[in-house]
Design a binder for this molecule. Sequence first.
Ligand code: FAD
Length: 309
Amino acid sequence: MNSCLPQVLTGASFTTYRIGGPLDEAYQPSTKIELLKVLSDARAKDKAITVLGWGGNSLIASAGIRGVTIITRKLDWVLPLTDTRIVFGAGVHLAKSASEALKHSLRGGEFMIGIPGTIGGAVRMNAGALGQEMADLVRSVDLYNLTTGEIETWLPEQLGFSYRKSAIQPDSHIVLSAELEFQHGEASQIAAMMTQSVQFRKAHHPKEPNGGSVFKNPAQDMPVGRLMEELGAKGNWHEGGAMVSPLHGNFIVNVHQATSTDVLKLMLRMKQAIQSHYGLEAHPENLFLGDATAEEQQLWATLTAGASH
Ligand SMILES: Cc1cc2nc3c(=O)[nH]c(=O)nc-3n(C[C@H](O)[C@H](O)[C@H](O)COP(=O)(O)OP(=O)(O)OC[C@H]3O[C@@H](n4cnc5c(N)ncnc54)[C@H](O)[C@@H]3O)c2cc1C
């Protein structure tokens, strides 16, 4: 099958939550030329464009996504530039990026090993762990401007990185590739840090489908996981097929064919409990994409009030 022909796919197949209805017109380009063709055709016909990487931070509406959905996973090329700089296509999985750095005995990217995501999604989210984040590594990003159809190169000062946030708005700019810079290191130490990270995740992250941390921590010493534990939510709070994970209080798990509405309702319960018990505002880290029902629009508006993505 030509991966660049429109395909009938569902969001559930392309998110770690395993939630999401039909994608009306989905494309999985495997070259930059294919991607640019899909983008320019969609622009010419004034179609809505949604971009999806690994779906590791995305809740897709059970009603699906209208218009064009571009899944970047096949844009997974890697180009070593200098002895410390490597350029990654938008769809490169973070584990592959980490392994590539290890191959060259480069440190600074160990955190990427266990995060289910692509370079494009991780740059957009400023993903991080182990005290490291994308902002430490990114030297430049090539983006497609959906308004002008031009390719732009953004430098760190334009990328506006902060906690799980960047200036990239996927409804106006799509990451094509990113140049990352690492430091020379000791391969055995880099590998040991990665192994430790993977083992920690195996022990502390749920096995059921999930979208990682649902909320950003409202304060450094007030992690949502601990607050949910104190409130007795872990393994006890349910909404339809969604449940607060018994293993990690900031993870919602899809235990029984959860819908996007189930997840949003459970998120609202968590947010309101954090507000009323601790007087803190928890803002979603998860993003909600697709064709929301009126109820879901209302839930998402309440969840994101006062937050900027
Ligand atoms: C078990 C688990 C553990 C996790 N652990 C961590 C962790 O430790 N640290 C952390 O930061 N996150 C973590 N996450 C969340 C998630 O993996 C990261 O946010 C990751 O960077 C998301 O990348 P993605 O490609 O999956 O993005 P997606 O979910 O596909 O997309 C996220 C957002 O980025 C946009 N986007 C995707 N690709 C592009 C592109 N090419 N150009 C422009 N916009 C784009 C999408 O439209 C969407 O708005 C975890 C998730 C899970 C399920």
